[in-house]
Design a protein around this ligand. Structure first.
Ligand code: PBG
Length: 321
């Protein structure tokens, strides 16, 4: 008889036949950096995750270095917002300052920037508003300006998250024309209009003041369309394709892995983090085990890279093994 249980008998044989492994090398840790000083505020719905100002962020960065996490993803929280989010391409803006600070003090840490407008616009949408909707092509012009500003500050990679059509092309062209032909772009290629972003929007104060993001982010009902989105980003030259959120979209991660010859990333978003933290605070689940199992499932689905607020927690466990 075929008995699959033979290869499950002991931990050592299970180790030998184990197909997927989570490692510290897979992880990107998001950081929220706020303009101002002396800021170190925990986000209510994301226990353990804080907003820092540049004068308080060093101990967080020291920890990231100690834990050998290869990369951080920067989100800026500016002190002023306007209609267009002009602060995003200010060379003295908070993200630009943060990039310079990190590259000076932690030169080996890989710095990726989120390229978007929602934290910077007074209306909270991801671009310029015309006729109560985000104007795609007008926003592309500003995306190019923002990318160049991040590149000049020393970013190692830029990652547009606004789901504008043609964003990768516009940014690639702008970067190439300014000498940054070597700077990679990670596309938030398949980003759904998801309720799992709730805690993040509290964290960075980016909830839209009217309407929602369904005219630019994808409908969670769609799977075939994800291939279309990924295909455009691939053709426009995105170096890494990302799926976001992760847990409810593991099928999409696998589709991309099977169909594209690019590294695939996924974003384990704020709501996914908050659910595990909340249930474990109530002692309803084993936080460590549920965290490891859910991140492993993303690897199994096909993710090469996982962006996660759990990065430090995971690294602590993995480095102990
Ligand atoms: C947009 C952006 C969002 C997230 C990352 N970049 C929010 C949104 O689209 O509303 C969500 C991240 C998370 O929930 O952890 N700049």
């Amino acid at each position: 008889m075929n008995r699959t249980r033979r290869l499950r008998k002991t931990e050592n044989i299970r180790r030998l036949v184990r197909e997927n492994k989570l490692t510290v090398d897979d992880l990107i840790y998001p950081l929220f950096i706020e303009e101002g000083s002396n800021i170190e505020v925990e986000i209510d719905s994301m226990p353990g995750i804080k907003r820092y100002s540049l004068d308080t962020i060093s101990k967080e960065l020291d920890e990231v270095m100690d834990l050998q996490i290869p990369a951080v993803l920067l989100f800026g929280i500016p002190s002023t917002k306007d209609d267009e989010g002009t602060e995003t391409w200010n060379d003295q803006g908070i993200v630009q300052q943060a990039i310079r600070f990190i590259k000076k003090n932690y030169p080996s840490l890989y710095v990726i920037t989120d390229v978007c407008f929602c934290e910077y616009t007074s209306h909270g949408h991801c671009g310029i508003i015309h006729n109560k909707d985000v104007d795609n092509d007008a926003t592309l012009v500003n995306l190019a300006k923002q990318s160049i500003s991040h590149a000049k500050a020393g970013a190692d990679m830029v990652a547009p998250s606004g789901m504008m059509d043609g964003a990768i092309f516009a940014m690639r062209e702008a970067l190439d024309n300014t000498g940054f032909y070597d700077l990679p772009i990670m596309g938030y290629s398949v980003k759904y209009s998801s309720a799992f972003y709730g805690p993040f929007r509290d964290a960075v104060d980016s909830a839209p003041s009217f309407g929602d993001r369904r005219t630019y982010q994808m409908d969670p009902a769609n799977r075939d369309e994800a291939m279309r989105e990924a295909n455009f980003d691939d053709m426009e030259g995105a170096d890494i394709l990302m799926v976001k959120p992760a847990l409810s979209y593991l099928d999409i991660i696998r589709d991309l892995k099977n169909n594209f010859d690019r590294p695939i990333a996924c974003y384990n978003v704020s709501g996914e983090y908050a659910m595990i933290k909340a249930a474990s605070e109530k002692n309803w689940i084993d936080e460590e085990k549920v965290m490891m199992e859910s991140l492993l499932s993303m690897k199994r689905a096909g993710a090469d890279i996982i962006i996660t607020y759990f990065a430090k927690d995971v690294a602590k466990i993995l480095l102990k093994r």
